[in-house]
Design a protein around this ligand. Structure first.
Ligand SMILES: *Cc1c(COP(=O)(O)O)cnc(C)c1O
Length: 412
């Protein structure tokens, strides 16, 4: 496209944009279970209005915008409180999980350099199921990645003993997920903590998708094992607001057990032509709207609001779990939160995936082992029955060898 010489009419452009959106997945109806966390119209409205209020403001300038500085501080305070951080813990908002993980790794690297670890040739030790954001961050920083197979017992949990064997003097971080993305399973963080403490290694818990879910599930009576700063060896955590925090996109948190760890994160410099600058995270300019929308949604929901939403998601997951098992599917491990993966012994996963796409469902899939994958939102409570009915029909078709229209797996 070439830039139009003369600007175009906004009303006309708006109509065109709405039309373009019409070609996207219909997430508003609840038939999408990846990418979007749909907590309903009222929350969407709060996100939208609160984002717009501070859309022009810049979190880079806390002196100019004490409003944003205060909101970020309060968001971090709420996060640390939910995740059992001790007095003196610290953190910052970032643009997303990848950003939070990158900053946590950078902080662990600089902490290691300051604390008698070798200066280069670092490695990190993580389970096979940990998010690829760690590989991306490690790639940026020339850090080696040691991925360790999961326990072979069908639990899809990290294997603490095998991870211990992969740690050496150059290991600057161990990782556990709460939960992992592929299977939705919470790693045994306490066991990983024992290894990390014994080896003197930084333990990061990636709670990107569970950090704002697991605390409320536990309050609702779900037997969630210790996964946060309650485990003493946990040095840092990543937790995404724009997932189960139901905040507008561009909002995550990276958290540290103490100010002494946190202080290795910010970057400051005065030796250039411009004014001296200090930035806490990777970003320079920081969108005010992502901060204000997060602050607003967290306050509008409160503990009771989150408990209600996450209770609904857990109930939906249980219903789908029971429904797919009744159809002969195997559910991977024991999911406790909003993610679930399942496979059928007699039906090929990608064929099922395609048959469900043909019926209007846009979900995800897991590669190891090949399974269908759902990331459930409150909205899915309304469509769980329809999903199960379509899955039953898709299973019949796939078993009978009916080919769904070829589905492009471009999104994966
Ligand atoms: C989503 C996710 C990430 C990455 O977060 P983005 O916001 O997509 O960058 C990292 N870890 C886990 C477990 C996730 O679910």
């Amino acid at each position: 496209m070439k830039m139009p010489q003369q600007g175009r009419d906004w009303d006309e452009l708006r109509a065109e944009m709405i039309a373009r959106g019409g070609g996207d997945v219909d997430w508003r109806s609840g038939k999408t279970a990846v990418y979007v966390f749909n907590a309903g119209e009222d929350i969407h409205h709060v996100q939208h209005e609160a984002y717009g209020m501070f859309m022009a403001e810049n979190g880079l300038g806390p002196l100019a915008f004490p409003s944003l500085a205060q909101m970020e501080k309060e968001v971090i305070g709420m996060a640390l409180g939910l995740l059992h951080a001790p007095e003196g813990a610290a953190g910052a908002m970032t643009s997303g999980g990848t950003d939070s993980i990158t900053m946590a790794l950078k902080t662990a690297r600089d902490f290691a350099r300051a604390n008698a670890k070798p200066l280069t040739d670092h490695n990190i030790v993580l389970p096979r199921s940990a998010h690829l954001a760690f590989d991306k961050a490690a790639h940026l920083m020339d850090i080696a990645v040691r991925r360790v197979p999961l326990k072979g017992d069908g639990s899809y949990e990290a294997d603490a003993g095998a991870m211990a064997e992969a740690v050496d003097a150059s290991t600057i971080m161990m990782v556990g997920s709460a939960p992992n993305f592929p299977h939705g399973i919470i790693d045994p963080i306490a066991a990983l903590g024992d290894v990390a403490a014994a080896k003197g290694v930084w333990l990061h818990v990636d709670a990107c998708v569970g950090g704002y879910f697991a605390p409320f599930a536990r309050m609702n009576g779900v037997a969630v094992p210790d996964f946060d700063f309650a485990v003493p060896a946990v040095h840092s955590m990543s937790a995404d607001l724009h997932k189960y925090g139901y905040c507008a996109k561009g909002a995550s948190t990276v958290l540290f057990r103490s100010e002494a760890l946190y202080k290795h994160m910010p970057f400051s410099m005065r030796d250039w032509s411009g004014a001296p600058m200090k930035t806490p995270t990777l970003a320079g300019t920081r969108p005010g709207g992502a901060i204000s929308a997060a602050w607003a949604v967290m306050n509008v929901l409160g503990v009771d609001g989150y408990r209600e939403k996450q209770g609904l998601v857990c109930a939906t997951r249980e219903k789908i779990e029971a429904g797919v098992k009744a159809l002969g599917f195997e559910v991977l491990g024991r999911p406790l939160l909003g993610l679930i993966a399942f496979r059928h012994p007699e039906a090929e996963t990608l064929a099922l995936y395609a048959a469900m796409r043909a019926r209007g469902w846009f979900t995800s899939f897991t590669a190891e082992p090949a399974s269908l994958h759902l990331m459930l939102s409150p909205k899915h409570a309304e469509v769980a029955d329809a999903y199960l009915a379509d899955l039953a029909a898709a299973l019949v078709d796939v078993k009978a060898g009916v080919k769904a229209e070829k589905v492009e797996a471009r999104y994966s």
